[in-house]
Design a protein around this ligand. Structure first.
Ligand code: DAH
Length: 347
């Protein structure tokens, strides 16, 4: 009988079920009415009294071992049941839909602007965000002492000397640097639209940010006139803000254009009557523009006697604010999905 008990103990220890059903089977085989232990109990009744004590202890030991093992195995199996359940999932059930993202409003507006100008024959040009003084300032006719070179506006990457050097490395402050790079490698006719990220050393507020986006345009050919510029920009304004949009130009100054102008578009909220957004004027400023200064053409090897051209530059965030009526610039940089989800488009 001792041998039998020991044999069953070994079986209990070595029992390795693969499924819950096997544990139950095992339980019945060991502890069931016709099970091994029941049979041993029966046999125990006929054991000589002097052996009862020891055998009784061993039998009880076997019984509690068996119960403990079964319980432990059941628990173990339950813990892995979660994983199993996933594998046993009904694969014919309809899936949960993936949430689709949406394009960032700045990308949407950029794409729209690029699309409008590409209809006028412009192609996209890009340039580096890490630039040098020559492309951002010098070749755009900025005199050495111009305030835009000041540390307050520009992030310099390398330490500046007293005088700005053409190889000073900096983060571009405007996309006009792409104009220069295009003129350096391409001969007229040139018609490019240049979107990009720009950087300025400014305190962040609802209306200013140290990183923002611009789109630059440049058109150079023989006989390009101010009237061509005006017509192109009016077309742009109507395409972006609607057929009712009007533009006006105010004289301005940029080192790289002469004459220069600031372009306003009629307020699309009040239709020009005057409201809080346009501060009662009926007009909203959207870009700078002008006829490319002969010095700028010359600096990149284009003959100003033969060619003329116009250029313009606008902030994409600014256009987005006017289009969507979102008046805090910071929202465009926070990437809060509750904000971003409101912009959905096929473009
Ligand atoms: N670069 C100017 C700025 O950052 C914008 C601009 C004005 C670009 C006039 C031009 C232009 O090409 O002709 O404020």
């Amino acid at each position: 009988m001792i041998d039998k008990i020991n044999e069953l103990l070994r079986q209990v220890e070595e029992f390795r079920p693969r499924a819950a059903a096997e544990i139950e089977e095992f339980r019945i085989r060991m502890l069931g009415k016709k099970g091994e232990l029941t049979a041993l109990m029966e046999e125990f009744k006929g054991v000589a009294p002097e052996l009862k004590r020891e055998l009784g202890q061993r039998l009880n030991g076997l019984k509690s071992e068996t119960l403990a093992r079964i319980n432990a195995l059941r628990e173990e199996l339950q813990n892995t049941a979660g994983e199993r359940a996933a594998a046993d999932d009904d694969l014919t059930r309809p899936g949960t839909a993936e949430e689709l993202g949406s394009r960032h409003p700045i990308s949407l507006v950029r794409n729209r602007i690029v699309e409008v100008f590409s209809r006028l024959g412009y192609t996209v040009a890009e340039g580096p965000e890490i630039e040098d003084d020559r492309h951002v300032f010098t070749k755009l006719n900025f005199p050495p002492e111009h305030p835009a070179r000041d540390m307050q506006d520009t992030f310099f990457i390398e330490r500046r000397g007293e005088e700005p050097a053409p190889d000073d490395i900096l983060l571009r402050t405007h996309t006009s640097s792409i104009q220069v790079r295009t003129m350096e490698r391409q001969r007229p006719p040139i018609r490019v639209i240049c979107p990009g990220r720009v950087f300025r050393n400014e305190a962040i507020s609802y209306r200013a940010h140290c990183i923002f986006h611009q789109i630059e345009g440049l058109y150079i050919d023989e006989g390009v006139s101010f009237a061509d510029m005006k017509q192109s920009l009016l077309y742009f304004a109507k395409e972006i803000f609607g057929e009712q949009a009007r533009i006006r130009m105010r004289p301005s100054y940029f080192p790289f254009t002469e004459p220069s102008a600031e372009v306003d578009v009629s307020c699309n909220l009040c239709g020009g009557k005057g409201c809080a957004v346009c501060k009662g004027t009926g007009w909203l400023e959207i870009m700078g523009c002008g006829m490319v200064d002969p010095n700028v053409l010359q600096a990149s090897g284009i003959d100003p006697e033969k060619y003329s051209g116009f250029a313009f530059g606008m902030g994409i965030e600014r256009v987005a604010m006017l289009l969507y009526g979102v008046n805090d610039l910071r929202l465009y940089f926070e990437n809060d999905v509750r904000f971003l989800h409101q912009f959905r488009s096929a473009l």
